[in-house]
Design a protein around this ligand. Structure first.
Ligand SMILES: C[S@@+](CC[C@H](N)C(=O)[O-])C[C@H]1O[C@@H](n2cnc3c(N)ncnc32)[C@H](O)[C@@H]1O
Length: 225
């Protein structure tokens, strides 16, 4: 089984040799791949809904890894116990929902060594929540596939951390430093999109002000401010 580029980005940051849990696993491809390749000894594939979990169960059975991948019905971290896994991955859902999941069971979250998160929106909100919970960003990836932009955030618990500034929260502290082609492309896309929205929100001074401020931040990041 070949993993998509998007999920490969997540897989490469999972702590090797230690158990992991995938929250919102759906098809279960990530935990199955990690166990099959021997990158982790065991995995828990978790989902809120029974129907995706039954798809995951089929994947697990087909891959012959039923002795090492457990499928578990759970709302976020609810059914995970403390110190049960080293890495928690959450991919393919909004950053707001991820923030809620991470906030709901602090004792489980704090027993985990690493979080690997791939939100499909609200990434700035997620960075803010990680900062508020004292989780530092230790790696970031950015993948663009067609019209989709996939940021991956790797976070670990930090004892003392400096506060991220507004640009770091908006665009990613490490993505800004690496300044890859994908990063510049992401900014160019956002600038075009905000300009388009600005052209449509005449008559709403509040919205106009908000989008103008965002455009200024993006342009500044592009070095055009
Ligand atoms: C779009 S799929 C993403 C699947 C996979 N993680 C990926 O990135 O390809 C999102 C999955 O998250 C699950 N989900 C949504 N809210 C959840 C929650 N609170 N706890 C666990 N799973 C949840 C949904 O049931 C769905 O299967």
């Amino acid at each position: 089984m070949k993993l998509s580029d998007r999920l490969s980005c997540v897989a490469q940051h999972v702590l090797p040799g230690l158990p992991m849990a995938d929250i919102g696993t759906d098809h279960g491809q990530l935990p199955v791949w990690l166990v099959r390749t021997g990158m982790v000894p065991s995995a828990i594939a978790m989902d809120l809904r029974p129907s995706p979990l039954s798809v995951a169960r089929r994947q697990v059975a087909m891959a012959g890894v039923g002795d090492r991948v457990e499928c578990r019905l759970s709302d976020g971290l609810e059914k995970l116990t403390e110190r049960e896994v080293a890495t928690v991955t959450i991919c393919g859902m909004g950053g707001g929902l991820m923030a809620r999941i991470l906030g709901a069971h602090p004792e489980v979250r704090e027993s985990v060594a690493r979080l690997v998160l791939q939100p499909n929106n609200d990434v700035e909100k997620l960075r803010r929540v990680l900062q508020a919970l004292s989780w530092g960003i230790c790696a970031e990836e950015l993948l663009i596939e067609g019209r989709y932009v996939y940021p991956t955030i790797v976070a670990e618990k930090v004892v003392v951390s400096r506060c991220y500034d507004e640009s770091e929260l908006a665009f990613g502290p490490l993505l800004r430093v690496a300044r890859s082609e994908a990063f510049v492309e992401m900014l160019e896309r956002e600038a075009r999109q905000v300009r388009r929205v600005l052209g449509q929100c005449q008559g709403s001074p509040e919205a106009t002000r908000r989008f103008e401020a965002r455009l200024a931040l993006v342009e500044q990041e592009l070095g055009r401010g």
